[in-house]
Design a protein around this ligand. Structure first.
Ligand SMILES: [Zn+2]
Length: 487
C-alpha cells in the first residue's frame, strides 16, 4: 500500500452520483479541518484535473467504540464521514465519538440493505458477525479507492462511470444499482432515479461509484419548505460552491425557502467567484428537491440564470435586498421593473406617501425609494443587455453603459435640480404612458430655458429603439438629476 497511487479520478454524471461526490468532498473537508489551506489546494487541483489525491491520514486505522463492549478498527475517513453527517458528540469518556452515535441510524436512514447496521445495538447479532460487517465497510472503501483488479470472472461495465469491473465475493448486492443505494425512493415525479429500478432493473455499478453514492445525504440542505435540496450542474466546482452558498445563506438566515436560496446562491457565485460560464453550463443548472420519498427538480429559464449569474446585475439586486425585485427577475418579469421604478420615483419625490402606495408592492418604502429609483433603471438596462437577442455590430456602448451614462448626465446637471423638481411628476407620467418624445421635449426645454447645453448622452434616449429602454433612460436621468448633492 505505501507508495501506491491514492488518486481518484471523478467526472460528473447523474445527480445522485454528483451529490455523492460533493458529499465525499465535504467529508474530506471535515478531515482537513485543521489544515484548511491544504484542503483548498487539493480542491483547486481537483477542479482543474478531476483527480483527487487522498491524504494518508484517511487510511489510518483507528479503534473506535461502536457500542458497549464492541470495539472495532476502522479507517479514519469513516469517522470523518460520521462526523460530517451527524456532527460531533462526546461519549462518556469525553472523547468525540460520532461513529457510536450515528453508526446504525445513518445506514438505516439512507441505505436499506447494503450493510446490516440495524443489528448493531441489538444483542442478537454475534460479535463475529458484527466484525464481518465492519470489515466489509472497510473493504468497500479499500476496493473503491484502489479499484483493485480481479483475476478471472465476467467483465461488467459501470453504468455511472463507464469503467469495466469484475465482481468480488461478498459484495454481490453492491453491484446492481437499486433502491438499496438510496432508501425510500419508491416514487419520483422525474424520470430519474425511478427509471433505474423500474425500467432498467439491472444497472451495473462499480464499487467506487457505490462508495461515492454513500455520501449523497451530505450534499443536501434542508429548507423551510420541508425540501432537501441539492444544486446539480455539469461541473464539480460549480456544484461545490453553489451548494456551499445555499448552506451559508440558510445558516445566516438570509433565506429559508428553496426558490430564494437557489437565486441567492447563483448571485453569490457571480459576486464571489465571478467566473464566466458557457450558455450550455448555465442551461444545465437545476435544483434537485427531495421531499419525503418524492424526488423532483426545478430550474430557471436560461436567460434568468444568465442575469442572476452576472456580477453587475447580481450586485445591484443584492444591494437592493428586496425580495419582490428578486422575484420579478426570477419570474422573468423584467418589464415590471419599470413599473417598480416609476413607483419608487413617485414615492421618492413626494413629500409623504399613502399606506397603499405602489412602492410597498415592491418591498420599498419612502426611505428606500431613492435608492430604488437610482438602481432599478440600471438593473433593467443591464438585463436588457444580457438578454438581447442579437448583437448589433459596431455598437460602442452596451445598453446598461448607455443608461449609466444618462444617469451621470443627470448627476452632472444637478445645478438644474430645482427646475426639474417642479416638472418631475409630469415627466414621470409622460414616460409611464410611453410618450417618450414629449418627455424628452420637457427635459430639453429645461436645458434650453436655462441656457445650458443638452448633455450629449441624453440624445441616446431618442436613438434607442426599444421603448422600455427609453423609459429606463428617462428614469435614470431623473434619478441622477434629482439625487442628493453628495454621494
Ligand atoms: Zn463506476
Amino acid at each position: 500500500m505505501p507508495g501506491e497511487e491514492r488518486e481518484l479520478e471523478l467526472y460528473p454524471s447523474n445527480w445522485l452520483y454528483n451529490a455523492g461526490v460533493i458529499g465525499f468532498l465535504r467529508v474530506l473537508e471535515e478531515g482537513f479541518e485543521d489544515e484548511k489551506k491544504n484542503f483548498e489546494d487539493k480542491l483547486k487541483k481537483f477542479f482543474e484535473n478531476n483527480c483527487f489525491s487522498l491524504p494518508e491520514e484517511a487510511f489510518k486505522k483507528k479503534t473506535i467504540v461502536i457500542e458497549d463492549g464492541l470495539k472495532a478498527e476502522i479507517y479514519q475517513i469513516w469517522e470523518w464521514y460520521f462526523s460530517a453527517i451527524g456532527g460531533k458528540n462526546k461519549d462518556e469518556e469525553g472523547e468525540e465519538n460520532p461513529v457510536k452515535k450515528y453508526w446504525g441510524s445513518v445506514f438505516n436512514k439512507f441505505f436499506r440493505n447494503l450493510f446490516n447496521p440495524s443489528l448493531f445495538g441489538k444483542r442478537k447479532m454475534s460479535s463475529d458477525k458484527k466484525e464481518d460487517e465492519i470489515k466489509k465497510i472497510n473493504d468497500l472503501l479499500y476496493f473503491a479507492i484502489y479499484r483493485e483488479k480481479q483475476v478471472g470472472g465476467e467483465i461488467h461495465t459501470c453504468s455511472i462511470c463507464g469503467r469495466n469491473f469484475k465482481k468480488r465475493e461478498n459484495f454481490d448486492k453492491f453491484y446492481t444499482f437499486s433502491s438499496q443505494h438510496i432508501k425510500g425512493l419508491g416514487s419520483s415525479s422525474g424520470e430519474f432515479p425511478n427509471s433505474f429500478w423500474n425500467l432498467n432493473a439491472s444497472m451495473p455499478i462499480c464499487l467506487t461509484c457505490t462508495y461515492m453514492i454513500l455520501h449523497y445525504p451530505l450534499a443536501f440542505t434542508r429548507t423551510s419548505d420541508g425540501d432537501e435540496i441539492f444544486i446539480n450542474a455539469p461541473d464539480f466546482r460549480l456544484m461545490w460552491y453553489l451548494n456551499k452558498f445555499v448552506r451559508e445563506m440558510y445558516e445566516k438566515g438570509e433565506a429559508k425557502d428553496t426558490r430564494k436560496l437557489f437565486g441567492l446562491s447563483l448571485m453569490q457565485w457571480a459576486m464571489r467567484i465571478n467566473q464566466t460560464l458557457g450558455a450550455w453550463t448555465m442551461a444545465n443548472i437545476e435544483v434537485i428537491r427531495k421531499k419525503g420519498n418524492i424526488i423532483d427538480h426545478f430550474d430557471l429559464p436560461p436567460d434568468v440564470v444568465s442575469v442572476l449569474m452576472d456580477p453587475v446585475a447580481a450586485s445591484l439586486i443584492t444591494s437592493l435586498h428586496l425580495w419582490p425585485i428578486l422575484e420579478l427577475v426570477m419570474r422573468g418579469k423584467y418589464s415590471e421593473l419599470l413599473v417598480a421604478t416609476y413607483c419608487a420615483a413617485k414615492a421618492h419625490l413626494a413629500d409623504s406617501i399613502s399606506d397603499n402606495h405602489c412602492v410597498y408592492k415592491y418591498g420599498g418604502n419612502k426611505n428606500r425609494a431613492g435608492e430604488m429609483f437610482q438602481k432599478l433603471p440600471l438593473l433593467f438596462a443591464r438585463i436588457k443587455q444580457l438578454t438581447k437577442k442579437e448583437d448589433k455590430m459596431g455598437e460602442e456602448k452596451t445598453k446598461d453603459e448607455k443608461v449609466r451614462a444618462v444617469y451621470y448626465a443627470g448627476v452632472n446637471s444637478r445645478e438644474l435640480k430645482d427646475n426639474f423638481k417642479n416638472l418631475s411628476f409630469r415627466i414621470l407620467e409622460l414616460t409611464r404612458l410611453g410618450r417618450i418624445n414629449d418627455a424628452y421635449q420637457a427635459i430639453a426645454r429645461v436645458f434650453i430655458a436655462s441656457r445650458t447645453p443638452i448633455p450629449s448622452d441624453l440624445v441616446n434616449i431618442l436613438r434607442e429603439q426599444d421603448q422600455e429602454l427609453q423609459k429606463s433612460h428617462i428614469y435614470a436621468f431623473l434619478s441622477g438629476v434629482l439625487g442628493e448633492e453628495k454621494k
